[in-house]
Write a protein that binds this ligand. Sequence first.
Ligand code: 13P
Length: 279
Amino acid sequence: MLVNLKTVIDIAEKGNFAIPAFNVYNMETVMGALKAAEEMRAPVIMQVYPRLMKEEAGYFLAPVIKAAAEKATVPVCFHLDHGPSELETTRSIRYGATGIMLDGSTLPFEDNIALTKRVVDTCSYLDIQVEGELGHVGTTADSDMDEFTTPEDAKRFVEETGVTCLAVAVGTAHGRYKKPPKLDIERIKEIRKATGNAALVLHGGSGVPDEEIKKAVAAGIRKMNFATDICYAFLDCCLEELQKPDRTVAIDNFMKKPIEAVKDFCITRIKLVGADGRA
Ligand code: 13P
């Protein structure tokens, strides 16, 4: 069933685990994530990058995600990932998103609060909740990954914006790591405490060692993002299939294995964050 962000986060808080948030890019990645969620009886989030909501692609992809969520027998939230402005957040709501991320992490602190609060207020009229970001989670190509979230700023940010989820910078980055990251687990605990147990989000889940993810979830991470590894699961399988001399060219049949590859990857992450059997 299609549910809002608060519904899945409440389930995670009650059970002390994290909801896996899978970035999806096309119908096949949606199908892979959905199959995994159903098989594992897991509540999940399917999220999309904001560029998809700006391009024509969003017009076609959003109905696929909505249809998958509505067909699902487990709770599925359709979430915008890293919305930079009200253009993308508003358009995503029109396309049917039930969760919104407003990422103002590169703005000055006060501007981030003001913009995030505006989006929280608008979304509240529609029973949609918002994820904000404080302390910038960059990419693995960035040289500087030191802009960690402080508990004091997080407290003020959560109080003044009213966000349901807060993405924090505690050592992760988006993309493929050159060496496995070490997370600031104590900082996660401190931010949790300072914010009165705000639901914290960890971006950049691809390539983070399993043990680090487990510790982060135990410390209070309630939404765990995976994107890059979904792309690799899908594309590596396509490349492998393309090498086979007896490969099929009927695209629907060809895609069966890549869909399974995405499903298999998502199952490993669902189990890792403790979301299996929680739906
Ligand atoms: P990765 O691409 O590193 O898995 O990050 C996912 C993410 O945080 C999406 O916002």
